[in-house]
Design a protein around this ligand. Sequence first.
Ligand code: TRP
Length: 333
Amino acid sequence: METVLSGIRSTGNLHLGNYFGALKNFVKMQHTDRCFFFIADYHSLTTHPDPAILHGNVTNVLSEYLAAGLDPDVATIYVQSDVPEVTELSLLLSMHAFVGELERTASFKDKIRKQPENVNIGLLSYPVLMAADILQHRATRVPVGKDQEQHLELTRRFARRFNQIYGVEYFPECQPYVFSGEGLVKIPGLDGSGKMGKSEGNGIYLSDSDEAIRKKVMKAVTDSGPTAPDSPMPEVIANLFTLLRVVSTEDTVQHFTDKWNRCEIRYGDLKKQLAEDIVKVVAPIRARIRDIAADEDYLSRVVRQGAEKARESAGKTLADVREIMGIKPFGRR
Ligand code: TRP
């Protein structure tokens, strides 16, 4: 059994790419592995969000996770700032993190470019806090996208360095988790190329209204249509078919595939069907998100339960690390 940890920054809403890419896998994985899912609100502070919206963002992500099927009785679902142990572990780890190696991370260099007026220490030590997130549970698998692989590499380096300096085999080396196997699809965006992403603005969100979904799908990029029976399918159209295969019935997929093959396809019809089938997937999730987000009592129970489990796990690690580093309480032999 692996210990899996997944973190998400508390900005932005989840889209179909997150849902079919990672979330559906998390929902399964929570039953087979020791899983932690947390919302990285401390990390969000490195870009100074408006205090008035921070809590709302956390509520959104949490509600969407729960609506998608993460079960707080099975997995540990928590908010980063509810587990103060992580800040102490981060401080302790920072004693063995070098300014030079942190300055060289791609994300830090990127931030310097993007917010030159706010190059704060939190940005520099972002990877140390992230390492603490991971190492506090001694996680072995961390699902991340490409942009986070360098951070994982640093986490492994910090773990190795710690073990080496203190002559222990304490921290495991975490590996990036790449989902594989059946049912895994890269969800393309609606703008013709590439995958669905937050920054690309090409996504359909779990919180989108039916109308918004229909509008976005109808605006998806297409071409002028196949001209010969064996003409190759361009990427923009293949993307629509990929989405169709994820949300529609086999009959529907077959129907439009035949139409394409016979050069009789009408993209308007395809998109209408696709939009309705996406609506069928999203509408019930959206309703659950709305109900969950409105249920303060439930949410507070969930985060309290999550924090308790996460603190128990983190507390054990922290006690070990303090001891390994030579911080010992008086009055104990
Ligand atoms: N840095 C991650 C991101 O931007 C969020 C994150 C914080 C994280 N701590 C983590 C991800 C620990 C995985 C493990 O998406």
